[in-house]
Design a protein around this ligand. Structure first.
Ligand code: ADP
Length: 248
């Protein structure tokens, strides 16, 4: 069966097109986008406002269905899945990190992270949970509530939460958008370490060239198409490419 031939890609999009609406009001947000992310890599997605970044992330995460094309997370084909199955895939195979942390204010740090396996009906692997809290530097604050933490600390808890189910891909949407520069850099360093040490695959949407320079590669979107890719980019290279995308 072909699934055995998929190889090491954690995520593969093939000719993904997404059109919202129909007739004269139709907007095509993604046009024939094809890309594969190898396991254990860190990829940033950049592009001007309206270029399709959110749509790309939503289709990749099974939050939205493409109009045509195929999305595979590991060995699971998402296109054609019913909503209930997609919900299960998101819980089991995707970790989400948002700009606004989105922690549950009534729960402690540890309870926030433990909630994810609980929602998927899994037994809690307490040793793994504590290892993750240690890796993100929050083990000594496991009993605190989010309101007792700084923004950077809350984001580190959100990252532990995103990893606890050992997802195929962690999808981060502007994860440093609400943080000051120094704290943002610490979060990006943490992502890098999780990629290197744990082999986690990370996909991050950002508008910040410095944030993108922490990734192994940067994918540029313009008008719903992949308009280029940079490997091991510097912030200056990313910035330069973004300027030229704007001109296009
Ligand atoms: P970005 O994240 O790069 O700003 P988006 O993926 O949000 O881009 O949007 C790409 C295009 O698709 C834009 O033209 C946007 O207006 C349109 N779009 C996004 N979501 C919807 C929606 N739910 N309904 C209609 N149009 C949408």
């Amino acid at each position: 069966m072909t699934r055995a031939l998929v190889g090491t890609a954690a995520l593969r999009l093939e000719s993904v097109t997404k059109t919202y609406g129909s007739g004269e009001s139709a907007v095509t947000a993604l046009r024939e986008v094809s890309i594969g992310l190898d396991r254990g890599t860190f990829t940033a997605v950049m592009g001007p406002s309206g270029s399709g970044k959110s749509t790309f992330l939503h289709c990749a995460a099974g939050l939205d269905q493409p109009t045509s094309g195929s999305v595979r997370l590991g060995d699971v084909e998402l296109s054609g899945m019913k909503e209930a199955a997609l919900t299960a895939v998101r819980r089991e195979r995707v970790g989400f990190v948002f700009q606004a942390y989105n922690l549950m204010s009534a729960l402690t740090v540890e309870e926030n992270v433990a909630l994810v396996p609980r929602l998927s009906g899994r037994d809690l692997d307490r040793a793994w949970l504590r290892e993750l809290l240690d890796r993100v530097g929050m083990l000594d604050r496991a009993d605190r509530r989010p309101s007792q933490l700084s923004g950077g600390q809350q984001q580190r808890v959100a990252i532990a939460r995103a990893l606890v189910n050992r997802p195929e891909v962690v999808m981060a949407d502007e994860p440093t958008g609400a943080l000051d520069t120094r704290t943002g850099r610490q979060v990006l360093d943490l992502f890098r370490r999780l990629v290197v040490d744990l082999g986690q695959t990370v996909l991050m949407v950002t508008h910040d060239p410095v944030a993108a320079s922490y990734a192994d590669s940067v994918v540029f979107l313009a008008d719903g198409r992949i308009a280029g890719q940079l490997h091991h980019p510097t912030a200056a290279q990313v910035s330069d490419r973004m300027t030229h995308l704007g001109e296009a």
